[in-house]
Design a protein around this ligand. Structure first.
Ligand code: UDP
Ligand code: MG
Length: 332
């Protein structure tokens, strides 16, 4: 045997090691959390149980949204025990959307699953969600059919889901569910800015992705308390307006304001015309009719709505080429 053989070329073997493609990760579980110290350990154990059974490769990305309790310490410990569990920690609390967004940016899986950290979502649902996704969908939403939450939360939530479904035309029953599974492309294309996490299925649908919903089990919150107060209700509805404007009508504002404005304007004209006819026929003097003012008000407001729509159209014209979602591009 030659000397050469006994001493393997170190540089070469290192290069081989470097060139070997990293093990592909199939599923990334992204978990936003804010002060959930007691739930984290049991949660990571139950995720492990559920996903180990699936015989796949996965990573779990915890995004600590500026917790002030011991959450970060526990995440460090979880990571030390098992490198599959990664974490990112914000210096301050930025909100669930921000946490999801950063989690998405760092997820490498072919499929990305999100869930809440408070043990309300059940990791045992993940296999079914993925099965549904693989049957030809791009986003699968978990519908908390039997919710274990106080009534102060379930009723506003019902109203929110109903209105959102009505306004967006998307037939989902639980828009704001924490448990969702996405194909990677979806999260690359849609951006979770502001407080838009409530509308991810809406944004995905409007970007042309196929969205499905399956019922999932839901548990009562075991530790700590909810991070969203009554504000959730108002914020939810204001955000619905934002989402309508920034997506559906952002390229055609006049269709929204124009319809509103024309209706108001015509109603005003009709009222005042009627009063004028009555006056001409000598019935009552217009000055004695309070309705006259209402008519004028409607006309003015109507004109304003249409003008706002027109200004909106001018703004959209000056914007650079829009970010259309491209599915495939062959360019050679
Ligand atoms: N959360 C977060 N940042 C926040 C508020 C909440 O990351 O500013 C996380 C929270 O820790 C939990 C998930 O978002 O994992 C859902 O929050 P919560 O359970 O309080 O909402 P609810 O179930 O009451 O709708
Ligand atoms: Mg919760």
């Amino acid at each position: 045997m030659s000397d050469n053989y006994q001493k393997p070329n170190e540089e070469q073997s290192q290069r081989q090691f470097r060139d070997r493609p990293p093990k592909k990760i199939d599923i990334s579980v992204v978990i936003p959390l804010y002060n959930e110290e007691q739930s984290l350990m049991p949660l990571s154990l139950s995720i492990r149980d559920a996903l180990d059974r699936m015989n796949t490769t996965y990573e779990v990305i915890f995004v600590d949204d500026g917790s002030t309790d011991n959450s970060l310490k526990i995440l460090r410990e979880i990571h030390r025990k098992n490198r599959r569990y990664k974490y990112i920690s914000f210096r301050r609390n930025y909100g669930k959307s921000a946490a999801l967004s950063v989690g998405f940016q760092n997820a490498v899986g072919r499929i990305v699953v999100t869930m809440d950290a408070d043990l309300q979502d059940d990791p045992n649902e993940i296999p079914r969600m993925i099965e549904k996704l693989e049957s030809g969908y791009d986003l699968v939403n978990g519908w908390k059919r039997k919710r274990h939450d106080p009534i102060s939360k379930t009723i506003p939530s019902k109203l929110f889901n109903y209105t959102t479904s009505l306004m967006t035309g998307i037939k989902l029953r639980d828009f704001n569910s924490g448990l969702k599974a996405y194909r990677r492309e979806v999260i690359q294309d849609i951006k979770v800015v502001g407080e838009m996490h409530r509308f991810l299925p809406v944004l995905a649908h409007w970007a042309g992705y196929k969205v499905a919903e399956i019922p999932v089990t839901h548990h009562p919150r075991k530790y700590g308390k909810t991070k969203f107060g009554i504000n959730r209700f108002w914020h939810g509805f204001l955000d619905l307006l934002t989402v309508l404007f920034t997506t559906r009508y952002s390229k055609r504002p006049l269709h929204f304001f124009g319809v509103l404005g024309m209706t108001t304007f015509l109603a005003g004209i009709a009222i005042d015309l009627e009063l004028t006819i009555e006056w001409l026929m000598g019935k009552t003097a217009i000055s004695n009719r309070p309705l006259f003012t209402v008519g004028i008000l409607l006309i003015i407001v109507g004109v304003q709505f249409v003008s706002i729509g027109l200004i909106g159209e001018m703004i959209t014209r000056t914007r650079a080429a829009e970010d259309y979602v491209i599915k495939e591009k062959v360019f050679n």
